[in-house]
Design a protein around this ligand. Structure first.
Ligand code: CA
Length: 618
């Protein structure tokens, strides 16, 4: 008898474990909803839940076909491949997960109707000036979200690498400041959830690709920001990261399959050598380290050669474009991902949104490498990136060098000239996104050793040469900071963004005399740029610099602008006879910055270390 009870007890325990182990639950489905009438009719759903792979999903909705169910190594995932017919109506259908003919869990999946407004998804272009900001450091307009339930990193404004509390509401509340300044597009560093224990403020260790970080706001807040920005004539560029995710992602402890990440026997960093990706002479080992090495301990390297992950990332991008109605994307660490995947990602975006733009971060100071990544048909290895825009890192370096150094055979203004003389490399030099600094480098005013004349010279060049200019928040009020002291020093809080700030540089009264002067200068330059088709879209004709004087023209449909940069420490009278061809037909001009008029274009005085921007008049 005793023995029998023991057997029964053991059987019960085992069957109990058995039942427990087979309990099916459902935690999430990504993407959480989708749309009808997409050009691409396929949809992959990533289903996550305990033992979900033991269930059999069923969908019963006209025009929605469940064509494939894919189980992976972990029992807690299922991938469902759906096809959505052209005629499928928007609505909600149930995805039912059956186990042994019994429905165990279900999910109400929504197919929304697409917003067919033709003004949406039109991208950014040369008429734009992009304002890069870090949301945690720009403005904290909602102190109730500074900390959020379940988020590991809590607010600590005294820590330069801690969270400071800035949020989407902070951006939303200062759109008028940005339109007054004259920028037309906002690139915010990533806003998606970064539930990492430390340094989560920067946003580049994403832990949920479908969710705005609650310390910044909600998905709905982001969508509302885009709508409000559009009403004010501002575009929104979303920062995305396809190369890596934060190790705080729920995947990390339960990978769908071991090849979801690029795995190494022990932690292996990327060699950060961007050149390797396009190097025809690179050995496999260097390539592997570059592409498969991890960006950081906290940033898991995603293996986009896993087809399920690749589809997840592509759909995630399309989901944000469609959902939030963003105007463009900045893609982080572009050459750190597999380049065939990035090309597919780009093509899929352009298939759905033909006029959309993506600017890729390719951080290396060699124009041939920048050019390699901008879509072209001339790469010797046949690679076509399909990437519409690339940042001009070489030019950013050249701007700081040229304005700071003495004129020489290949120094000073000659640096800018020689750099732009390499524009033949680019499929379209106008599509380059130019900048003087960003969130990873010294503040531009610091690069200029806090010399305001140099600052103005550099910014005038940036805003009048070819490309789509991007500036960095606080540049307009001469914020300073050196990168070598730590990232916190180049990512300081914008003064006035916090309720207890004593100075508010968002207002004229809150700016120092020097800040007010700089803000006024940038406002004049940018607001004029908005009106000048020549400086936005015009062809660039540049003349060889002589004695520190660099002259170039921008021409567009009869509209012309002449720019004279004087990079030496003395005033110069510039004889314009050398520029006859470009001055053809123009006899007068008007200075954009000083508003001074010129009745003759024979000779012009240009003060030391300064610029003349002249709209030419017939
Ligand atoms: Ca806040």
């Amino acid at each position: 008898m005793k023995f029998r009870s023991l057997i029964i007890a053991i059987l019960l325990v085992f069957s109990g474990i058995h039942l427990e182990a087979q309990k099916v639950s459902l935690e999430r489905i990504d993407p959480p909803f989708w749309w009808t009438s997409m050009k691409n009719k396929a949809l992959q759903l990533m289903v996550y839940g305990e033992n979900i792979s033991l269930s059999k999903p069923q969908i019963n909705y006209p025009g929605v076909h469940l064509t494939e169910v894919i189980a992976v190594e972990s029992p807690n995932y299922l991938f469902l491949n759906l096809v959505i017919d052209d005629t499928t109506k928007a609505g909600i259908f149930s995805i039912d997960f059956y186990k042994k003919k019994k429905k165990s869990v279900s999910y109400d999946y929504e197919l929304k109707a697409r917003d067919k407004n033709p003004n949406l998804h039109q991208g950014f272009d040369n008429s734009d000036v992009i304002y890069l900001l870090m949301p945690d450091r720009f403005a904290n307009s909602d102190t109730t979200n500074d900390n959020a339930a379940g988020m590991l990193d809590t607010v600590d404004r005294s820590n330069s690498l801690g969270r400071h509390g800035g949020d989407i509401q902070g951006i939303s509340n200062h759109l008028d400041y940005l339109t007054e300044l004259g920028v037309t597009a906002i690139w915010s560093t990533p806003l998606l959830e970064n539930n990492m224990p430390k340094q989560s403020y920067h946003g580049y260790a994403i832990t949920d690709y479908y969710k705005i970080d609650p310390r910044f706001g909600t998905n709905d807040d982001y969508k509302k920001l885009v709508t409000k920005a559009h009403k004010k004539g501002l575009k929104i560029i979303m920062d995305m990261v396809a190369n890596h995710c934060g190790t705080g992602y729920y995947w990390n402890d339960d990978l769908p399959s071991q090849d979801w990440y690029n795995q190494w026997p022990e932690f292996t960093r990327s060699n950060y050598r961007v050149a390797v990706q396009s190097d025809p002479n690179a050995p496999q080992a260097d390539y592997d380290k570059m592409v498969k090495g991890w960006f950081d301990h906290t940033m898991a390297d995603l293996n986009q050669h896993n087809k399920l992950l690749a589809e997840f990332l592509i759909q995630n991008t399309i989901w944000w474009i469609e959902y939030a109605e963003i105007d463009g994307i900045r893609q982080d660490t572009y050459p750190y991902s597999y380049k065939d995947f990035m090309a597919e990602w780009m093509q899929r975006i352009l298939e759905e949104y033909p006029n959309f733009n993506v600017v890729g971060e390719v951080w290396l100071d060699y124009p041939p490498i920048t050019a390699y990544w901008m879509d072209n048909q001339t790469n010797a290895d046949g690679y076509r990136s399909h990437l519409t825009n690339v940042f001009d890192f070489p030019l950013a370096t050249a701007i700081a060098q040229s304005v700071n150094e003495r004129e020489g055979w290949s120094t000073g203004m000659m640096r800018l000239y020689e750099l732009l003389s390499q524009d033949f490399l680019y499929s379209n030099p106008l599509n380059i996104v130019t900048f003087s600094t960003n969130h990873d480098a010294d503040r531009f005013f610091s690069k200029m050793n806090e010399d305001y004349q140099k600052f103005k010279l550099g910014m005038t060049f940036l805003m009048t040469t070819r490309g789509i200019p991007q500036m960095y928040y606080g540049g307009e009020i001469l914020m300073t900071g050196r990168e070598h002291k730590g990232h916190g020093f180049i990512r300081k809080d914008f003064p006035g963004g916090w309720p207890d700030d004593t100075k508010n540089a968002f207002t004229s009264q809150g700016r120092t005399e020097e800040q007010e002067e700089a803000f006024g200068f940038m406002r004049r330059l940018l607001n004029w740029r908005k009106t000048s088709k020549a400086v936005q879209f015009g062809e660039l004709n540049q003349y060889l610099p002589e004695d520190g004087i660099y002259v170039y023209f921008r021409h567009f449909e009869g509209e012309s602008v002449m720019v004279i940069l004087n990079n030496i420490s003395e005033n110069k009278e510039v004889d314009l006879s050398r520029f006859k061809k470009d001055l053809n037909g123009f006899t007068k001009g008007r200075s954009v910055l000083s508003r001074q008029s010129f009745d003759s274009l024979d000779k012009l005085k240009v003060r030391s270390k300064s610029a003349l921007v002249i709209e030419l008049v017939r």
